[in-house]
Design a protein around this ligand. Structure first.
Ligand code: IVH
Length: 711
């Protein structure tokens, strides 16, 4: 968050009022992080950042004990921890597996091994083939036969210490059985939740209003990474051992020998594993296990082939992060059939409208699927999906499920063809517009024309507005604008320019009472003063930056420059756009006559200005700023009217500068060399464009010669 990036006032330096505000905000932020971490298993901050938040929260309470209430995070018994799991460095990194999808990939895999080991064609390579369990991998360290650490994979080098939790799993022996157990054994395998346990857990969670998990893997991960081991203990988790890390002594010289030894130590190992002696046997194993997949009570997402001889594994070694001696042969996407309850249109951050099929929940490979993307209006028309239709769906990995086709025989009699909405589902209910693609044709994508005023798009637009090439206000980057927006202090660009006069009247979400920006952690007197003067400095802005900042679709920087040059002033440009929006054909032709402006841009400007929310917002902004007139291109310069191409590395100026100065002097800058090119300015490293210029006899200038010409 923006506030955390700035230097924090020390807790000793906080006034009571500031402390109260910060204490409330930290509580909210920590609770949100806890929710993401514990319930969704999807943290958005590092452990160190989280710990820093907790420490500051505790320090504030220690200094201002009056802030401690029954709701305080420090008062919760058995609630969220004060720190996350400790880190454990794996003695031997936990690597991942390369994937094979097609049979040819498996043939290649075996061929690579044969070549690497220089084995003759008639030498048999034996593989241990095993199901690939879709859970979470775990490394268990046994010292002198006793379980000392259980760690998640983490980034492969370092995982999380979940020892107390793994000790609650029945499948994980606390002591290894047998005599002559090596002093150090890192046993590795997969923690998983059975499908029926997953469904039962979700049912129970839904009844008590708890967290419902998307699939057995997430629920296994969520259940294991609990700070309270009694919660883990209450969740039915299983474990299959299939690999190892550091071993002070090896107990076998083959893969299957090691697995057998794990069994003798007290581990469960997968009963479907089998020895395969040729590519054909590997592929047959893959097919066989795929057929059994649906009837297994745990999720698998493929099979794994491992070279049986450990001395060969040793010789084969690793390529980057995967072993050369093993491969995961994945199963193809899973399919299912279900009913479309409804078709909804969702609005993305950029205003794009995506139709989504809301489905009768169905399990596809252990994952409950309730939504499938329909991509766009053309896709709906192509599939002719209707509400009430029975459809085939497909899920491949973590990709959003897709609708493959409709089962026409099952179509209800009254099912009507779906009509894509003409009004956006956003609260403004603005017109929906199809994008215009090259040639002026309608594209497949539709978007909301609400732009800045559409709540789904506001933040994206505000971020663009303050970006470097738009308003570029020092101290008001993406993070700060997101913070102001989240607090409801900036909802539209004009609000940026009234921040100063509203200072002191702000309310921080989750608190009551008015505060000044200087009181918000991380802002401080100096940074607020600097921010306000940076905003003041931007009350004067060039027309091209202003047009670019409007965030109109298809109006990038170059187009904004062309429009600014073409109209000269905001008044003229604004007037042209309003006329365009009213359907005035003259306005359209005028615009069409401008260099570099075509139908796509014209349509986009028309839609933008036809929307009254957009117009009002920019009329309010125009009152806050002074928009400078555009510099007219010089008609008297040596390069006026000429076409120039820059190529190679420019050493005295950036490409952007070179382009801007050429355009200011009335030249047109092009990206490719043709007969119409007047000059090619070539720096070191120039290649094909320089060759083309020479071939066509176009004048080639060095950067210095160019500088002389335009001086
Ligand atoms: S062997 C050096 N065997 O798949 C690699 N992994 O994509 C050692 N997995 O992180 C892994 N079942 O979590 C191996 N029978 C199996 C497996 C298996 C599932 C997982 C494991 C690994 C991931 C790699």
């Amino acid at each position: 968050m923006a506030r955390r990036e700035k230097t924090e006032t020390s807790v000793e330096g906080l006034t009571e009022n500031q402390a109260r505000v910060e204490h409330a905000r930290l509580a909210q932020e920590i609770a949100e992080h806890d929710r993401r971490y514990y319930q969704q298993d999807a943290p958005t901050v590092s452990d160190a950042e989280y710990d820093a938040l907790r420490q500051r929260y505790n320090a504030i309470e220690a200094r201002f004990p009056q802030l401690r209430t029954a709701q305080s995070l420090t008062q919760h018994v058995g609630a969220a921890p004060s720190a996350r799991f400790a880190k454990v460095r794996h003695a031997v990194p936990m690597l991942s597996l390369d994937n094979a999808f097609a049979d040819e990939d498996v043939i290649d895999f075996v061929g690579r091994i044969r070549r690497f080991l220089r084995l003759p064609e008639d030498e048999q390579i034996v593989f241990s083939a095993e199901p690939k369990i879709d859970g979470l991998s775990m490394s268990l360290r046994y010292e002198d036969g006793a379980l000392v650490t259980g760690a998640t994979r983490g980034d492969g080098a370092e995982g999380e210490d979940v020892t107390a939790n793994v000790k609650t799993l029945e499948d994980i022996p606390k002591r290894l059985n047998g005599k002559n157990i090596p002093a150090v054994c890192d046993v590795r395998g997969e923690v998983y939740m059975t499908k029926h346990a997953f469904f039962a857990l979700n049912k129970h969670q839904a009844e008590i209003g708890g967290q419902v998990f998307a699939n057995p893997r997430n629920s296994a991960a969520g259940s294991l990474r609990q700070k309270d081991p009694s919660i883990t203990a209450s969740r039915p988790l299983g474990f299959f051992a299939y690999a190892w890390g550091e071993m002070s002594e090896m107990s076998a010289d083959t893969q299957s020998g090691m697995i057998k030894w794990f069994t003798s130590c007290g581990f469960k190992t997968n009963p479907l594993s089998r020895m395969c002696r040729s590519v054909e046997e590997l592929l047959a194993f893959h097919r066989e296990i795929e057929l059994q997949r649906g009837s297994l009570d745990y999720d698998i997402d493929g099979v794994v082939y491992k070279v049986e001889r450990l001395d060969w594994q040793e010789r084969l070694g690793f390529v980057s992060r995967s072993p050369r001696w093993a491969i995961a042969h994945k199963f193809p996407a899973e399919k299912a059939t279900t009913v479309v309850r409804d078709i909804e249109v969702q609005v993305g951050r950029t205003g794009a409208l995506t139709p989504v099929a809301k489905l009768e929940p169905v399990t596809v490979g252990g994952v409950v699927v309730q939504n499938a993307t329909l991509h766009n209006a053309d896709e709906i028309a192509r599939l002719d999906v209707r509400r009430g239709d029975t459809v085939h769906i497909q899920r491949a990995g973590d990709v959003i499920p897709q609708v493959l086709g409709v089962v026409l025989e099952k179509r209800p009699r009254d099912a009507k063809p779906y009509k894509f909405p003409t009004k956006c589902p956003c609260p403004l209910h603005t017109d929906v517009v199809r994008e215009i693609i090259a040639g002026g044709e309608e594209g497949a994508r539709a978007h909301c024309t609400g732009e800045f005023a559409c709540p789904y798009q506001t933040l994206g637009h505000l971020e663009h507005f303050v970006s470097r090439r738009a308003f570029d206000i020092d101290g008001l980057g993406e993070k700060q604008i997101a913070f102001f927006h989240e607090q409801g202090w900036i909802n539209e660009p004009a609000d940026i320019f009234t921040l100063r006069e509203r200072n002191g009247k702000f309310t921080l979400k989750g608190t009551s009472g008015k505060i000044r920006l200087e009181e918000v952690e991380g802002f401080g007197e100096t940074s607020v003063r600097n921010l306000f003067s940076a905003i003041e400095a931007r009350r004067e802005i060039s027309l091209e930056r202003f047009i670019y900042a409007l965030g109109i679709r298809h109006v990038g920087e170059t187009t904004a420059v062309a429009l600014a040059r073409g109209y000269g002033s905001w008044a003229a440009f604004h007037d042209a756009c309003l006329r365009l929006a009213r359907g005035d054909n003259d306005a359209k032709e005028e615009m069409d006559a401008l260099d570099q402006i075509g139908e796509t841009v014209i349509e986009s400007l028309r839609d933008y200005f036809a929307e009254q929310h957009n117009r009002r917002r920019f009329e309010r902004l125009a009152l806050q700023v002074r928009i400078l007139e555009a510099e007219k291109p010089r008609a008297d310069s040596a390069i006026a009217g000429k076409t120039v191409v820059f190529t190679g590395t420019l050493e005295k100026m950036t490409r952007d500068e070179a382009k801007a100065s050429a355009e200011r002097l009335g030249a047109k800058v092009s990206g490719s060399v043709s007969k119409k090119t007047d000059y090619v300015v070539a720096g070191p490293g120039a290649g094909s464009k320089l060759a083309e210029a020479k071939k066509l006899g176009v004048a080639v200038l060095t950067e210095d010669e160019w500088a002389k010409l335009v001086r």
